[in-house]
Design a protein around this ligand. Structure first.
Ligand code: CTP
Length: 402
């Protein structure tokens, strides 16, 4: 039975850790709880002891007469460390290697994958110090279940509320289930926008943040694939264990994808490629004194369509971000580009598509099989997309991993 260390830290959402614990047990996992002293102010250890049927680990200096030190053997036993809720304080300690309590010591002592589900006041969540700590943790391979938006305990409305329990449990299941169903595969994922220069200072681009493609790349890595990520300009760090190729324009992306697609068994085009570019980029800054002007645009290569024309046995996945006629537009692209699967997003819906950490989609396969994925984190959607790809590759018949 896989062992999950559930870290509980001091915030109002600590009571939701009981539901997380129950959800994890529902998956057949053995859950052991590690609390911070502040968390004890919100929920007593007796509750977690009764639910988990294990002693709760709070104080690394408490003597129990035995020679065993929980931070060593719990750390080695663990298949996953999940911290839910994770306060700004604990995230800061993890990011900076401070080990002054049981949980932060376990974080340093374990080799297991780590997931954090932050919860805090909106101003704290948006503070540059917290954002920087989150980026440090991500770059180290820690998965982050992003907080949701809603009423916060402090009375404010905004981002910072602990993610839904089901989402946290799904993230844990995905990370634990992320064993090896893509092992031995070479996959290519594109992400982010492209920039088409107008002059040395200006360009045409779009609102893509690159997050969906990055989450797809990370999920494939965690499931054993060798991953190449061809990325347009984004603010995201290169995920560890993934070869990232940075490009700027659609033509550069086309060249890099063409050069690498031959070795890939799966290509997922999550990038928002500019369909057009200025016919000529001015070598000098354009001056407004020249008066009103028109921009002549020429068409960029349709990377996915060209891949589809010489497809072979490769699995090709595209995205369709639409504001109307979602299903019909996605179907058209699926056929025109010779795709195996298309991920259709209605980007007019709140929380869907560009920029945020959440998404919702319909996954439509070439045989007409369609699955609707309701609003979830981009990581969870990424897992569901790979589930479908694994089925298309004949690697599994299982659909419901996440
Ligand atoms: N795509 C691509 N090259 C382009 C444009 C799009 O590879 N020049 C890929 C995208 O990465 C995406 C899919 O094609 O996976 C659909 O992109 P989208 O912009 O939704 O569709 P278009 O083909 O541009 O069609 P339309 O402008 O009618 O929406």
């Amino acid at each position: 039975m896989a062992v999950v260390l559930l870290g509980v830290t001091g915030c109002v959402a600590a009571y939701k850790a009981c539901e997380v614990l129950r959800g994890l047990q529902g998956l057949g996992l053995d859950v052991r709880v590690v609390m911070t002293a502040h968390a004890e102010q919100f929920v007593g250890p007796v509750t977690f002891e009764a639910l988990s049927r294990h002693p709760v680990y709070v104080n690394p200096f408490e003597r129990n007469g035995g020679a065993e030190m929980p931070h060593v053997h719990w750390a080695t036993d663990a298949d996953l460390l999940l911290v839910a809720p994770a306060t700004a304080n604990t995230l800061g300690k993890f990011a900076h290697g401070i080990a002054d309590d049981a949980l932060s010591t376990l974080y340093l002592a374990t080799q297991a994958p780590v997931i954090v589900a932050p919860a805090m006041n909106v101003a704290m969540w948006q503070h540059p110090a917290v954002k920087a700590n989150i980026e440090v943790l991500r770059a180290r391979g820690v998965s982050v279940v992003e907080p949701g938006t809603g009423y916060l305990a402090c009375g404010a409305i905004g981002e910072g509320r602990l993610a839904e329990v089901s989402e946290i449990v799904a993230a844990a299941a995905a990370r634990l289930g992320a064993k090896s169903d893509l092992a031995g595969l070479m996959v290519l994922v594109t992400a982010g926008p492209t920039r088409e220069p107008i002059d040395p200072m200006r360009f045409i681009s779009n609102r893509s943040s690159g997050r969906m493609g990055y989450r797809l790349a990370e999920a494939a890595r965690d499931r054993g694939a060798q991953v190449v990520l061809v990325s347009g300009p984004t603010a995201l760090d290169a995920p560890p264990g993934i070869e990232r190729v940075c490009v700027t324009t659609a033509e550069e992306m086309y060249r890099e994808v063409e050069a690498r697609a031959g070795a890939a068994q799966v290509v997922i085009m999550a990038a928002a490629v500019s369909d057009y570019r200025p016919a000529e980029a001015s070598p000098q800054k354009l001056k407004k004194s020249a008066g009103p002007r028109r921009l002549d645009l020429v068409e960029n290569p349709d990377i996915l369509k060209r891949l589809g024309e010489g497809k072979g046995s490769r699995v090709l996945v595209g995205f369709a971000a639409e504001t109307q006629d979602l299903f019909a537009q996605a179907q058209r692209k699926l056929v025109e580009k010779h795709l195996d699967l298309i991920v259709a997003n209605d980007v007019s819906q709140p929380g869907v598509g560009f920029e945020g950490e959440t998404n919702a989609a319909v996954l439509i396969a070439a045989d007409g099989h369609a699955v609707e994925i309701p609003l979830c984190s981009k990581r969870v959607l990424a897992e569901r997309i790979w589930d479908r790809v694994a089925v298309l590759l004949g690697r599994t018949t299982q659909e419901s991993r996440a």
